[in-house]
Design a protein around this ligand. Structure first.
Ligand code: PLP
Length: 436
C-alpha cells in the first residue's frame, strides 16, 4: 500500500537530471507553498530558495502582482492558439519586449531587435534561433552557410538542436549520434582563424553572454562578447545570444549583452521572462532576418515552426506583470546593494578549506571546491562534493543545486539581507561540514 505522497513520488515519477536509484532511497522534499524567497514543504518546514527554483524566480513566490495578473487573465481565457490567431497579452508583451531590448541594448546601435517569436522554454527558444539562422541564409541565397559554432562547456538546453550546440560531455555525449555537427570553439583567438578559413560555411555563433551557466558558472573575460560581435560582423556571421539564464537582471543589468553594448542578431529569453511563474520563452530578432522570410505563399519561405502553447496567454500575462514590477519597484536599482552583499559574502568563503575559486556577477554567485585549492586539482565527480555540500545546506534550511564541484547561490531578487546572510552562513558551515 502506498499511503504517503513520498511513496507515490518514488513509485510513479521520473525526475529530471536525477539518479533515480539514489532518489528512491531518500526522502523526497515535497514543496507545497512558498512566499518571497521561502519554500515550504508538506510538513511545514521552511527553506530559502537559494537558486530561485532553478534560476527562474525573480521577485519571489506569490508576488501579489503576478498572482493577480494570472488570476485576471484566467477570468478571461487561459489559452488560445497562436497559429492563425493572435491574443491581447501576447501583443502587448511583444511591444514591451521590443521596447525593452531597444532601450537597453541599442540606444546607439544600428542593429535592433524588433520581432518576437514565442515558444515554451529556453531549449525551444534556442531551437527557434538556430532554425531561423539556418533558414535565413537559405532565403538569402547563401545555402552554404549551414554550420554553427558553439563553445566548450556551453549549455543551451536539452532538446536535440540545443544539445547539438551544447558542450558539456557529461550531459551531451550520449546523444551525439542524434545531433548535428558543431564547430567547437575554445578560445576567441582560435575562432578568429577558424572564421578566416570557414566563414562561408558558418551560419551563426551561439554564446551565453558574460557567463556560462550550467557549464559551471564560468565567467567570460570582459570584452570577449564585444570582440565576438566584431568578429561575426567582419565575416558576416550571425550572433545568437542565449540570455535564457542571464536575461532580466541576473547579471545586474536587464540583459547581459548590455554590459558590452552588444546587439545580437537573435536573442533567446526564457527562465525569468514570467518571473518564474509559467513556462514561456521568446526569441527576439532583427527586421533584416524577419524580412528574409517574407515572400509569396508559393515560395514557401514561411518559418515552419510552432508549438501548441505558443504565445500562451497566461504566460504572457505573467510576463507583463513581471516587467511591470521591474518598473514600479525599481528592481534593478534595489538589486545593486544586494549584488554587493552577495559578492562580499562569497569573498569570505575564499578562506574556507578547499575553496579554490569564487565567481560572482550580478546576483549570481558560485563557489568551487578543489582537492587542493592552491593547484586547483579538481575533486573527482564521483566524490559528489557539490551534492554533499547542497545536502548539508538543505539540512540547514537552504536549497540550491550544485554544478559538479561548484555550489551555486542565486536567490530571488526579493531576498532580504537577513535571509541572504543566512544563505551565506549556511554555505560556509556546509562546506566545512563536508571538507573541513
Ligand atoms: C536553462 C537554460 C537553457 C534551457 O532552458 P529550459 O527552459 O530549461 O529549456 C538554455 N540556455 C541557458 C543558458 C540556460 O541556462
Amino acid at each position: 500500500m502506498m499511503n504517503s505522497l513520498a511513496d507515490k513520488d518514488r513509485h510513479y515519477i521520473w525526475h529530471p537530471f536525477t539518479q533515480m536509484k539514489e532518489w528512491i532511497e531518500e526522502e523526497p522534499l515535497i514543496i507545497e507553498s512558498g512566499e518571497g524567497a521561502i519554500l515550504r514543504d508538506v510538513h511545514g518546514n521552511e527553506y530559502i530558495d537559494a537558486n530561485s527554483s532553478i534560476w527562474t524566480n525573480l521577485h519571489g513566490h506569490r508576488h501579489p502582482k503576478i498572482t493577480a495578473a494570472i488570476k485576471a487573465q484566467l477570468d478571461r481565457i487561459a489559452h488560445s492558439s497562436f497559429l492563425g490567431l493572435s491574443s491581447v497579452p501576447a501583443i502587448v508583451l511583444a511591444e514591451k519586449l521590443v521596447t525593452l531590448a531597444q532601450t537597453t541594448l541599442s540606444p546607439s546601435n544600428a542593429r535592433t531587435l524588433s520581432r518576437v517569436f514565442y515558444s515554451d522554454d529556453g531549449s525551444t527558444a534556442m531551437e527557434v534561433a538556430i532554425k531561423m539562422a539556418l533558414q535565413y541564409w537559405q532565403h538569402s541565397k547563401q545555402r552554404h552557410r549551414t554550420k554553427f559554432v558553439a563553445f566548450s562547456d556551453a549549455y543551451h538546453g536539452d532538446t536535440l538542436g540545443a544539445v547539438s550546440v551544447g558542450g558539456i560531455d557529461l550531459f551531451h555525449a550520449a546523444y551525439k549520434p542524434l545531433t548535428f555537427e558543431v564547430i567547437r570553439a575554445t578560445r576567441l583567438s582560435l575562432l578568429q582563424k577558424l572564421m578566416e578559413e570557414q566563414h562561408d560555411e558558418i551560419a551563426a555563433v551561439c554564446i551565453e553572454p558574460l557567463i556560462q551557466g550550467a557549464g559551471g558558472m564560468k565567467l567570460w573575460e570582459r570584452g570577449l562578447l564585444a570582440e565576438l560581435r566584431r568578429l561575426c560582423d567582419s565575416f558576416g556571421v550571425l550572433l545568437i545570444a542565449d540570455e535564457v539564464m542571464t536575461g532580466f537582471g541576473r547579471t545586474g543589468t536587464m540583459f547581459a549583452c548590455e554590459q558590452e553594448q552588444v546587439v545580437p542578431d537573435l536573442m533567446a529569453l526564457a527562465k525569468g521572462l514570467t518571473g518564474g511563474y509559467l513556462p514561456l520563452a521568446a526569441t527576439l530578432t532583427t527586421e533584416e532576418i524577419f524580412n528574409a522570410f517574407l515572400g509569396d505563399y508559393a515560395e514557401f519561405k514561411t518559418f515552419f515552426h510552432g508549438h501548441s502553447y505558443t504565445g500562451n496567454q497566461l504566460g504572457c500575462a505573467a510576463a507583463l506583470a513581471n516587467l511591470q514590477i521591474f518598473e514600479e519597484e525599481r528592481t534593478l536599482e534595489k538589486l545593486k546593494p544586494k549584488c554587493e552583499h552577495l559578492r562580499a559574502g562569497l569573498e569570505h568563503c575564499r578562506n574556507l578549506p578547499h575553496v579554490g575559486d569564487v565567481r560572482c556577477i550580478g546576483f549570481i554567485g558560485a563557489v568551487e571546491l578543489f582537492t587542493d585549492a592552491a593547484t586547483k586539482q579538481p575533486f573527482p565527480l564521483t566524490d559528489r562534493i557539490g551534492i554533499k555540500v547542497c545536502n548539508e545546506m538543505r539540512k540547514r534550511g537552504v536549497l540550491t543545486r550544485p554544478l559538479g564541484n561548484t555550489t551555486v547561490v542565486m536567490p530571488p531578487y526579493c531576498i532580504t539581507d537577513e535571509q541572504l546572510d543566512r544563505v551565506l552562513n549556511v554555505l560556509a558551515e556546509s562546506i566545512r561540514a563536508v571538507v573541513g
